[in-house]
Structure formats: C-alpha cells, structure tokens
Design a protein around this ligand. Structure first.
Ligand code: PLP
Length: 397
C-alpha cells in the first residue's frame, strides 16, 4: 500500500454538483438557477466594455511579464483601498490601512485567515447561519474552530436581528466575526443601516474582530452605498479586515482578482502588519498574477474607463432588480395565494426563495436547477426564461 491507498473520496461540492447535473441534462430548455455568476439578458457571462478597453491598452503596452511585488501591483492596491474605504478616508490619510492583492475574494479570505491564525491562534471564528459555503471550510482549514451566529429567519425571509445581536453579545472577546458587507450570500437578506449601527457598537464594546467579506460591491444599492458599511467600521479605529473581490463586479471570475485590506491603529503598526501579510503570501504562492490586477487598476484609475465601469455595473444591478420585480409580479398572477414580496426586499445576486428541498427536486424534473436550500440566482433569470421559471414554480408550490 502506498501513502495514497487509504485516502477517502472528499465530499462533493453541493453547488458544483448542480452544475454537473445541469450539464448532463439533454433538455434544450434547461435553466440553471444554481449558479453564482451574473448572466446578462442573453444568458451569457458578459465581458465588460471597460475590461475590453483596458485590455486593449495593456496589449498595446506589451509589457514584459515580470513578477509583481509580494503585496501586488501598487496602483491596484491603492485603487482598491480608495474604492473600499473611500478616497478621503482617514485610515488612508493616516496610513493605517494596508492592502494586498489577492487571488480573488477566496484568496483574500485565506490570507486573512492564515494571518489571524498566526497572531490570534486561540480565537474562535463566527460566521452567519447560513453563509457562503466556503467560509466554514476555509477558516477550519486555517486551523480555527468555526461557529455560527443566528442570521436568517425563514418565517420572515429576512434577518433575525434580535437573535444575531444576542449571539454577538455572547461571543468571547477577541472572537473573529465574519460579516457579509452587502448582498448576503446565500440569503439576499441584508441588515439595515440602523442594524449595522448596533452591530458595530457591540463589536467595538466587546472587543470582537470584524472581518468584512465584500464580494458584491455595487450589486446592492450602489458602489459607495454598499461600501458605506466598511467606512463605518473603519471609523471605529480598527482592528478590521476586509476581503473584496472583482469577480462579479468586473465579470472577471477566472482572472482571480481580489484584495485583503487590514486596518491598524497606527501607521507603524500597519507596516508591521504588512510585513507579516507578505510573509503569508510569500509562503503560499509568492506573488499574485499580473493580468487581472492590471486590468482592474487600469479601469479604476482612468476617469473615462471608470465611468464606463460604474455604468456597466449599474446596468447589472438594475437588471437584477428588474428580474426581482418581474418574478414577484408574475408569481402574484400565477400563484396568487403565495406571497413572494420578500424577493423584492432581498438584495444582490441571490434569493432564498423559500422553496423546500422537495419543491427544488420537483423543479429539477422540469429541467430547472436550484440549490437544495432554495437559493436561486436572480441574475440567471432573463426575459426569455422567466415565464418558464414562474410557471414551474407555480406548479410545484
Ligand atoms: N465571498 C462570498 C460571500 C462569495 O459569494 C464569493 C463568491 O461567490 C466569494 C467570497 C469568493 O469570490 P471569488 O470568486 O472572487 O474568490
């Protein structure tokens, strides 16, 4: 027997399993609502015009492919910091924020988790119930004990805020609290500004460590609006970790572009943190890839391309909202005894639709694929498939 012979099969990824089943389905009218990407009204992953223009500039430059610094492209890190914290942010002016380019949002979370494991090894991590399915596995693989805090309330299809606050108050000092900055995945249920105020106050009072995951900036109310929560946390003085991703907002999934930002209490502390973050990166993959970071930096630092990006991102945001409205309106016609108004209150790409596992299974018999939890990707709906989806949902209710 070799070292490999006793290795067991790892559990299947539940969402990739849906994609496999979808791919194997020979029905030409099949619809995949289980995905985690934005599709345009033609059911395609868009290549944004701002990206095409930035790439044309980069090709023209024909630059040699040297290594980037360990922390990534300086222009990218600076642009990300200004996007996440606001260009006029005190944490930037006081040099208390450090940002490292990361391999997507996942890579940013992993750098943050490894960094925290090094300097807060005894801390426990708390994630929302439910959360993005990789959060738990990622922090566990970094060596943490991961707990849930109360979040979703199936009876209201919104947040159980009293439960969440009670759980936050009961966490031991020093605990790491993973929060979705906006567009909660998988539920689509976000906190109100007044609720954030209370969360921020409890986290500061109890010396908890907030880790904001922002994978969907611009898909909620707008770029600045969605980022506002990061600014409010930063204003409390830190400590604070923020992972962000451009996978969705730039439709650059496969380029793996994200960043981790950490807020320190002084510029001197920040430089020590940066040196340690670089060590985490160096021992994982040495330095990040060039193309995605350069593309995003080119767009964010060119006034013309940036405006184009903001317009294109607004287009994605508005289309999702239109699909929410259409879904609610059409379900009201086809299934008048069921109330889906909550779908309009939810934000971002996803909705916890309230469909049960049995109903999801029944939809699958119609070649419509959703996650067992009832999560649907609203961004996978379009003017061509929505009637078919509504008819099928009405049938299985
Ligand atoms: N965090 C959340 C909440 C997500 O939904 C996702 C992607 O689906 C990520 C992080 C990871 O983003 P990326 O694909 O950039 O690694």
């Amino acid at each position: 027997p070799s070292v490999f012979s006793a290795i067991e099969m790892a559990p299947r990824d539940p969402i990739l399993g849906i994609t496999e089943a979808f791919n194997a389905d020979t029905n030409p009218g099949k619809i995949n609502l289980g995905v985690g990407v934005y599709y345009d009204d033609n059911g395609k992953v868009p290549l944004l015009a701002c990206v095409k223009k930035a790439e044309a500039i980069l090709i023209e430059q024909s630059a040699p492919r040297t290594y980037l610094p360990i922390e990534g492209l300086a222009a990218y890190d600076k642009a990300v910091q200004e996007l996440v914290f606001g260009a006029d942010s005190a944490v930037i002016q006081e040099k208390r924020a450090v940002t490292v380019q990361a391999i997507g949002g996942t890579g940013a979370l992993k750098i943050g988790a490894d960094f925290l494991q090094r300097f807060a090894p005894g801390a426990q991590v708390y994630i929302s119930d439910p959360s993005w399915e990789n959060h738990r596995a990622l922090f566990e693989s970094a060596g943490f004990k991961v707990n849930n805090y109360t979040y979703y309330d199936p009876s209201t299809h919104g947040v159980n805020f009293a439960g969440m606050l009670a759980d936050l108050k009961a966490m031991p000092a020093g605990s790491i609290v993973l929060l979705h900055a906006c567009c909660h995945n998988p539920t689509g249920a976000d906190l109100t500004q007044a609720e954030w105020d209370q969360v921020i106050a409890v986290i500061a009072a109890n010396n908890l460590v907030p880790f904001l995951d922002m994978a969907y900036q611009g898909f909620g109310a707008g770029i600045a609006e969605d980022g506002a929560v990061v600014r409010r946390f930063a204003a409390t003085g830190g400590p604070l970790l923020v992972s962000n991703s451009f996978s969705k907002s730039f439709s650059l999934y496969g380029e793996r572009v994200g960043a981790l930002s950490v807020v320190a209490s002084s510029a001197e502390e920040a430089s020590r943190l940066l040196s340690q973050l670089k060590r985490v990166v160096r021992t994982n993959y040495s330095n990040p890839p060039v193309h995605g970071g350069k593309t995003v930096a080119t767009v964010l630092t060119s006034p013309e391309l940036r405006q184009l990006w903001e317009d294109e991102l607004a287009g994605m945001r508005v289309r999702i909202k239109e699909m929410r409205d259409a879904l609610v309106k059409k379900l009201k016609e086809k299934a008048p005894s069921h109330d889906f108004e909550f779908v309009r209150q939810q934000v971002g790409m996803f909705s916890y639709s309230g469909l049960t596992k049995q109903q999801v299974d029944a939809l699958r018999a119609e070649s419509i694929y959703a996650v067992d939890t009832g999560r649907i990707c609203v961004a996978a709906l379009n003017s061509t498939n929505i009637d078919k989806v509504v008819d099928a949902i009405a049938k299985v209710l």
